[in-house]
Ligand binder design. Structure first.
Ligand SMILES: NC(=O)c1ccc[n+]([C@@H]2O[C@H](COP(=O)([O-])OP(=O)(O)OC[C@H]3O[C@@H](n4cnc5c(N)ncnc54)[C@H](OP(=O)(O)O)[C@@H]3O)[C@@H](O)[C@H]2O)c1
Length: 324
């Protein structure tokens, strides 16, 4: 097998592609053969040595989502058999052509979906659904998503729409707005956001995919009884917030994170995604665009691209010529 490896913490000079014997699944695990692997902003933060690695996971083996075909199953696996196409979350080492995954952290890939499309989905749909669920999103809610052009934002947008909510994305540039307009995604520019939301009488739900100082802005425009879910600290860890709005409008300000959750918590969330989100994928209501596909041996270019602004959807690694 081939997998991406960090030699230590730093920039792209710590990236390497190692060759190893295929691993064997533990009792509750399956081994997947993978063509495309999804990259996430946290992979860059982990490469930089700045990510709080959950207990038991390796800081040197990045990758937290997987889509592939089952090629071996552990002794206690009942849910999957060899040949099944699956996708889901793992706690480490998913930038690889062979990946071990817990059996109940996986979803069946709908037949209509290609391997490339499946690779765009797991982290985006699970995070997007989780944030909307945390916010108790309901039919008719005005849902604002900051950072809508990434994988998570586009998943949250489409899931909110399918729930009968009214989503609106926030973007930073006119170019990004135009690109999303062509995909049928309604956006407002960051600079116009406060005026625009006030004109719409506020937002019931704000999915905050940047965080930091933006949380203060969110509190100013959220509707009475509104919910703000902070999913990222990309905009900074610290925020000064107008607490008069927090209490005056009885706002629920909350956060969420996937990776440090227990196996049981992840299994529960994934079972909810199986019920509520998988049907949207199967019938074509939810797709995530592919921003770029990089050969595994060009992983440094993929990491560079991941850090660029204005991406639409997911950056993937292709292990086709890396298969051992
Ligand atoms: N809590 C969790 O468990 C969890 C799970 C998955 C992802 N996340 C986080 O959620 C965020 C979205 O994930 P993703 O995979 O969709 O990422 P992505 O594809 O890289 O998209 C990031 C989005 O955030 C915007 N953005 C980034 N930094 C910004 C800044 N300083 N000011 C304004 N906008 C900024 C980007 O806008 P531009 O295109 O203009 O740069 C883009 O819209 C990431 O920060 C990620 O780490 C959290």
């Amino acid at each position: 097998m081939k997998r991406v490896y960090f030699l230590g913490a730093g920039g792209n000079e710590v990236l390497d592609l190692e060759t190893l014997p295929d691993p064997h699944p533990g009792d509750e695990q399956v081994l997947l053969q993978v063509r495309y692997a999804g990259l996430n902003p946290l992979d860059v933060i982990q490469r930089n040595g700045k990510y709080p690695i959950p207990e038991g996971a390796s800081p040197y083996h990045p990758g937290v989502e997987v889509a592939g075909t089952v090629i071996a199953v552990g002794a206690k696996v009942r849910r999957w058999i060899e040949g099944d196409r699956v996708m889901g979350l793992v706690s480490e080492a998913a930038l690889a052509d062979r990946v071990l995954a817990q059996q109940d952290h996986l979803l069946a890939v709908p037949e209509s979906i290609s391997d490339l499309a499946a690779a765009t989905l797991p982290e985006a749909i699970i995070t997007g659904f989780d944030a909307l669920q945390r916010a108790r999103t309901q039919l008719g809610d005005r849902v604002v998503i900051r950072g809508v052009n990434g994988g998570v934002g586009l998943a949250a947008y489409q899931i909110a729409k399918a729930m009968g909510a009214v989503p609106l994305g926030i973007v930073r540039s006119a170019q990004t707005a135009n690109n999303l307009d062509r995909l049928g995604v309604t956006t407002v520019l960051e600079d116009d956001f406060v005026a625009e939301i006030r004109e719409r009488n506020g937002a019931d739900v704000i999915i905050e995919l940047v965080g930091g100082a933006y949380i203060a802005q969110d509190l100013r425009v959220v509707a009475s009884g509104g919910r703000i879910v902070v999913v990222s600290v990309a905009g900074g860890n610290e925020a000064t917030i107008p607490t008069n709005h927090l209490l005056g409008k009885r706002v629920d300000l909350m956060g969420t994170v996937l990776r440090p959750r227990t196996n049981g918590e992840k299994a529960l969330l994934i079972s909810e995604v199986r019920k509520h989100v998988l049907p949207l994928i199967a019938d074509g209501q939810l797709t995530i665009p592919v921003e770029g596909v990089f050969p595994a041996k060009s992983v440094a270019d993929a990491f560079d691209h991941l850090e660029k602004p204005g991406k639409i959807g997911k950056v993937l690694l292709d292990f086709e010529n890396a298969i051992s």
